[in-house]
Design a protein around this ligand. Sequence first.
Ligand code: GAL
Length: 811
Amino acid sequence: MNKHYFPRIAMMVMTGVIAVSLNAERHTTTLNEGWQFTKGVHSADTQWQNVRIPHDWAIYGPFDRNNDLQVVAVEQNGETEKTEKTGRTGGLPFIGKGSYRTVIDVPDTTGRTFTLVFDGAMSNAHVKVNGKELAYWPYGYNSFYVDITDAVHPGKNDVEVDLENFERASRWYPGAGLYRNVHLVNTDKVHIPVWGTYVTTPKVTKDYASVRLEVKIAGLNDGQKAMVATEILSPAGDVVAKNSSEFVYHGQKDFQNFLVNRPELWSPKSPKLYTARTTVSVDGKVVDSYDTRFGIRSIEYVPEKGFFLNGELTKFRGVCNHHDLGPLGAAVNRSALRHQIELLKDMGVNAIRTSHNMPAPELVELCDEMGVMLMIEPFDDWSFRPKSPNGYGSYFNGWAERDITNMVEHYRNSPSVLMWSIGNEVPSQWGPGGVKELTMLQDLVHKLDPTRPVTCGMDQIRAVLDNGFAAALDIPGFNYKPQFYEEAYEKLPQKLILGSETASTVSSRGVYHFPIEFKEHNHVTHPDHQSSSYDNESCIWSNTPDIDFAMDDDKDYVIGQFVWTGFDYLGEPSPYDTDAWPNHSSVFGIIDLASLPKDRYYLYRSKWNEESPTLHILPHWNWKGREGKVTPIFVYTSYPKAELFINGKSQGVREKNDSTYQNRYRLMWNETVYEPGEVKVVAYDDKGNAVAEESIKTAGKPHHLVVTPNRESLKADGDDLVYFTVQVADKNDNIVPTDDRLVKFKVDGAGAFEATANGDPTCLLPFQNPEMKLFSGAATAIARSGKTPGTLRFRVTAKGVAPAEVEIPVR
Ligand code: GAL
């Protein structure tokens, strides 16, 4: 959320009962504790379970083929005959009804307004206060709010949220329940409503910026006056501009203008944030204070030339992500998202597409703070021939306008948001009325936010070039098919093309198949139900990364790309989706479900991270049984050339060249033969100087466990997470890349075990048991901080190897 409310006095939160104090002019509290949950339809006998929000009721499993078995033809993937589809939505039990309830204690309601804000509720939410239904919101991904003032009374008030997920409503794992935060906002009757401000920066130069703030004020009578005063705070918190004016209410919005000298501009490299602090007074009494966080930056999309951020040519080096957090499911957690962004930024990513739904507010806030550009996208279906028959298509006509309005009003103050997408591969792109639906959505976005362009991810390139759909968008976005970019550029009026979704290369971390062939547009499957980490396999509609790199490099009109996907996700296990149980999670990710980077990470890093060099060797070098067999070695590197050595013997120099797409971006030794020992690569710069080297060794007998945490300390807020990577090493500390033993975790002290995963798309072990099998020699365990400072102790044990232990201070 872009608005940052600042509490004036503390609010008491007790288990089960939330006490609201009334002395503050505005008070927001996030309702995490004191909830109860039950699955199914509840009755007087229902045993309610105590839960903490955010909560995903389905992530606890168990996995089962029958949870989401479907007999369908996936038209979108070019299928014409029905087959048994397994694991499409993660094989988890999210379908059905569930209810949550809590009690809020409100001492006095006179002159106050109470609003519940739901960041997202999956799905078909009915919100009841003291038994009275006050709101219904079907789309599980969108944020919505409900004014509950008339239904609350002094004392204890019951809040209940009933939810229902239908089958065949999604193409991926949606999660279930109150999986995002719920907030209670307590204000004076006269107040700035939820998402009630809009900041734009009409003029941005190095020397000055003009800032315009639009403010809605609720609760005033016609003709009533209010004083509105705003201070603009710099990133360091200094007041750099201010303004106040008397506002006479006649149903309109108020606005104020500011001049900020020498603005600190927002960009991925320097994500500087300002705050507009607005105070509303009536009859000399302050009735509301409201913070709007924003950034100052300029964006221009220039035909033929590209996208310019603050005047600087910038290509989107983006990834698409679904919203689930692997073993944590859909239950949002800020530090899990932060971990994802840290990994992506180190890879050189500067943008994320929230495919294909509204994000959690925490993601948008983190992108603002950490410097990642966002393309926010609401829908996977419009009204025509929805891909998921019980999904958003059934609501589109009645709800699209409300859903778009909430999305844009919620996020339009975020400097990270650089573009809106109105849909993904919607069948309307070729169906009747598609251009009308497009125009309705695009016009609505423009009305709510005239400062950013609109795109849409299109895959039916022939149809959309022909029927006016692609030409109607601000920015045409194409999913895959880079071979058609040139034709699209020639035909379309925009003279800019976005790779709204690219690659969909498939690979399983640390798994390699021989021999290697580059199989583009080919459904390659293997008996082990894994895809090869040589990054040579894709699906019939998709390709390996190299051609997309070439498009970015060679075409000025290509403004960049969003790779499918940054992280593996639950569901869509292509190419193992047809009667291929137990596969139930994707292999499209550059990073796996356990948040562990695959080799592909380093291919993108070698192109996209301009600050720190990349030199990465694949495959691993533990190939008992392959002695004497051809075992190709690839090196993903930012250096132009390198020499490879096996046990000291040179295998020759390779230099990037234009002979094939792969030779442009990878160094490949296709004829190397396996012998145990050491593989070393020496990288050369343009002038032929040896500038870096890297080596891997064949590991010996497994000897001890190794633990690597992603954090040095945690916050004692009960919500902070640490990710431990667990591996096995030989006695000389060489990691054993093939080990698959069961490891057991124990967390005590100032925190608790939260979840585990290993990135294996076929693994059915529950995420919540404190044990996991290693996959390709690694697994991840996640622990959560408690609320009391101290030391969190993590210990891992396994048969046949020495244990390992790590301590993390919790402050
Ligand atoms: C695209 C689609 C994505 C995902 C991807 C897999 O066509 O937009 O949601 O299904 O294919 O390659």
